[in-house]
Design a protein. Structure first.
Lengths: 696, 62
């Protein structure tokens, strides 16, 4: 990307950028203004890419040079602490790949699919505006801050710049987001595998395959990553192909034809076992597989969209912008901005941008390319997910994504309900698509992964294989998503375990010893129990679980982004660069408004579909009258639903409290910075060893 | 750097294994008297470090 970002001096480059602006405006106009006719996805791609280039060339350059004042003569931690291991000056293109692989995950693939219920336009606008003005700004600024502080983590930086209490609150925020993130991602896998022997068999196979690879790379041919990865991919594809045979053989298929509850318990048990096994056996090899598969599949999808140029069947805007949509509840503001978190702005990236990447940056002048550029690429993944969801017939999209509590459990019922919304679809169309991809049914496969898999199968089979291979492409897409979600579940459980051990350890010091098996088992059980609780609750929810959990995840992720951007703003003031602080203040305010509004609505909305308390009240009143409402079958289950509602409401209240506390600490820190005539930002390695270095 | 070198290095760093040759040269230049890990030791060390709990190594979630 950067090689194209020519310095805008010559007439030639001015003409080039004028052409990019004109092309972007034209394609954007076609995407935004077309009504009634199907738009080709190529226009969406061109519009997005033009916007990315313009934002990167002008806005990101402004942020890097004027707002942050990157200093190309300043020594980076990679040189200062060079150890050949953690701190290594690394070529920027190599580091870009590393950073992108670290930030990219399931988030940008799921959010846009869910947002598509409002049409392709609202989600697309938020993905583009969000990444340019919020997400990429956050990633770049946090990466910059961490690079100037020896690669310190977000929590450390909040502590040193805003005080220990603010640091502690930020850590609680991080733990909450981990718990909800793991629950919702595990739920996506459960929803994709319920009643799907082909998918379940293939995903189960990844475990022995990974173990085989792990043993190979640790004992047989140590460190031969390419060899082990080729072996893994070949075995994986073999299990994918053999999965069809398994699904077609009723005797074997029953073993892999599981209910949601069973799958949830299996994943919870798996999460526990995986997080105490040695990393080389399961986590590392599967991580290698999922990383390569993830990056490869994203590239393949980009090629597919460019070559096939599918048409977007979904209208630009649907009637569900009023908040009555079946996929998730709530109106466009604030819930659209919560639903699409990753891809626009993701607080999680602040953790990664203050992780390994800042320890490898060669020069501050490359921060723009790595921080801002990688986030633009992630946003493009979100655009592709949006395309994947909206190339489907809208009727099919709603059949896959609406909970069974709304559309019923048969194709006939579903077709009737969905056609009633104005999206014509026949029972035959619904059964045909399931048959094409080799599934018994696709009704109410909520969670985004199956929709994206059908969309990807649609696009990729258009490029190669046609209808015959659609089943294979579909299950390949499911496998690819499940694989890296399970890697996240494993790695995330370890992180959550450590954070829990650290927190309890501040009260009971002996609990901090991470080498102790007893501590590990207890810590893992607590971590798994925390996300497992929300996962199980989501699985038994007749509204599909995603409906409840995804907004909570979105709120927590945006909350973390809000914390990161508050830190960025505070540091800009402490650096005496407040003249430019609007660059981080504007997205901070927007995220705070969205998370606070959404969080408060989730607690207090009178609409039972949105407000947890209102929902609990409906169930409470019914229980008092001796009535039983679905999904509960007994009066005990009624009470459990009520307890879950109050747990969810408490969690939302915690999110709101964390956000409010961070605002208070942010304002205090800013006032203090304004009152001090000196620069108060606490940077490390201020004295550059390079002659003539600028110490600003 | 050729395209092939770039691909190999990027793919390896994506899974947490930095360039071994760079490590060797660094050790030779800065710590000529100290032992240098073999590639196998280097791989095992890096693999463990990537998943070392508690070093703030968050990856691949969103």
């Amino acid at each position: 990307m950067s090689s194209l970002a020519i310095k805008g001096n010559g007439l030639q480059s001015k003409l080039l950028w004028a052409a990019v602006v004109a092309l972007g405006a034209l394609s954007f106009g076609i995407v935004a203004l077309s009504r009634g006719e199907n738009v080709n996805a190529a226009w969406l791609v061109v519009a997005a890419v033009c916007i990315y280039f313009i934002a990167y060339r002008f806005y990101a350059l402004f942020i890097a040079e004027k707002v942050l004042g990157v200093d190309p003569t300043r020594q980076t931690p990679a040189y200062q602490h060079n150890d050949g291991l953690d701190y290594v000056p690394t070529n920027r293109y190599v580091l870009f790949g590393h950073h992108f692989a670290a930030i990219a995950g399931a988030g940008p693939l799921v959010g846009p699919v869910l947002a598509a219920q409002m049409g392709y336009l609202p989600g697309t606008l938020w993905i583009l505006a969000g990444v340019v003005f919020a997400g990429a700004v956050q990633d770049l600024t946090v990466l910059f801050l961490s690079t100037r502080r020896d690669g310190r983590s977000l929590g450390d930086m909040v502590r040193s710049e805003m005080g220990p209490v603010a640091g502690g609150i930020a850590l609680i925020g991080v733990l909450l987001i981990m718990v909800i993130l793991l629950a919702v991602l595990a739920l996506v896998v459960v929803k994709a595998l319920v009643g799907s022997p082909w998918g379940t068999f293939t995903v189960f196979c990844t475990i022995p395959i990974a173990m085989l690879m792990g043993v190979y790379a640790r004992f047989i041919r140590i460190g031969r990553i390419a060899e082990m990865s080729v072996i893994g991919v070949v075995l994986l594809l073999a299990s994918l192909i053999y999965g069809r045979t398994v699904a077609e053989n009723p005797a074997i298929a029953t073993w892999f034809d599981l209910h949601g509850e069973t799958l949830a318990l299996i994943i919870i048990g798996y999460g526990f076992v995986a997080s105490v096994l040695p990393v080389w056996l399961l986590l590392a090899p599967r991580d290698y597989l999922s990383t390569f598969l993830k990056v490869g599949t994203m590239a393949l999808l980009a090629v597919g969209i460019i070559l096939v140029q599918p048409e977007l069947k979904m209208p630009a805007v649907t009637k569900f912008i009023d908040g009555t949509g079946p996929v998730w509840s709530g109106s466009l503001f604030p819930f659209l901005f919560i639903t699409i978190a990753c891809g626009s702005v993701s607080g999680f990236h602040a953790l990664i941008a203050s992780g390994t990447t800042p320890k490898m940056v060669e020069n501050e002048s490359q921060l723009r390319f790595i921080g801002y550029g990688a986030m633009l690429t992630e946003s493009f993944v979100a655009i592709m997910a949006m395309i994947g969801a909206t190339v489907l017939e809208p009727g099919i999209y709603f059949a896959i994504n609406s909970p069974s509590g709304v559309i019923g459990t048969t194709a006939v019922q579903a077709a009737q309900v969905i056609s009633g919304w104005g999206f014509t679809v026949t029972p035959d169309m619904i059964s045909q698509i399931a048959q094409d991809v080799g599934e018994k049914t696709l009704l109410s496969r909520t969670g985004g992964a199956p929709t994206l898999a059908v969309g990807m199968a649609h696009i990729l089979s258009g490029m190669f294989g046609g209808r015959v291979l659609m089943g294979l492409w579909y299950h390949f897409a499911i496998l690819f998503e499940a694989l890296f979600i399970l890697t996240t579940v494993d790695a995330g459980t370890r992180v959550a375990r450590f954070m829990i051990q650290d927190m309890i350890g501040s009260v009971v010091p002996s609990f901090r010893k991470t080498e102790s098996w007893g501590n590990n088992l207890v810590g893992s059980a607590l971590a798994v129990g925390a996300w497992g609780y929300f996962l199980y609750q989501g699985v038994i929810d007749p509204m599909g679980g995603i409906n409840t959990l995804w907004p909570l995840f979105g709120i927590s992720n945006q909350m973390l982004a809000g914390i990161a951007l508050i830190l960025c703003t505070v540091v800009l003031f402490k650096m005496k660069r407040q003249r430019y602080a609007w660059v981080t203040i504007v997205p901070t305010l927007w995220l705070l408004v969205c998370t606070l509004t959404a969080g408060l609505q989730k607690i207090f909305s009178a609409e039972p579909a949105i407000g947890f308390v209102a929902h609990a009240r409906v169930f409470g009143d019914a229980a008092a009258a001796g009535k039983i409402l679905a999904p509960a079958k007994t009066i005990e289950e009624m009470h459990r639903v009520i307890v879950n509602d109050y747990v969810d409401a408490t969690l939302s209240a915690l999110f709101v409290a964390v956000v409010l506390a961070m605002i208070v600490y942010g304002v205090i820190a800013i006032r203090r910075a304004l009152g001090d005539p000196k620069i108060t930002a606490i940077e490390i390695g201020l004295h550059a060893n390079i002659p003539g270095a600028n110490l600003a | 750097m050729t395209l092939k070198e770039w691909s190999v290095r990027t793919a390896r760093l994506m899974v947490g294994i930095p360039d071994y040759q760079t490590y060797v040269e660094h050790r030779r230049q800065t710590h000529p008297d100290e032992p240098i890990m073999t590639y196998e030791e280097f791989f095992v060390e890096r693999q463990n470090a990537r998943y070392a709990v508690g070093k703030g190594r968050f990856r691949g979630c969103c």
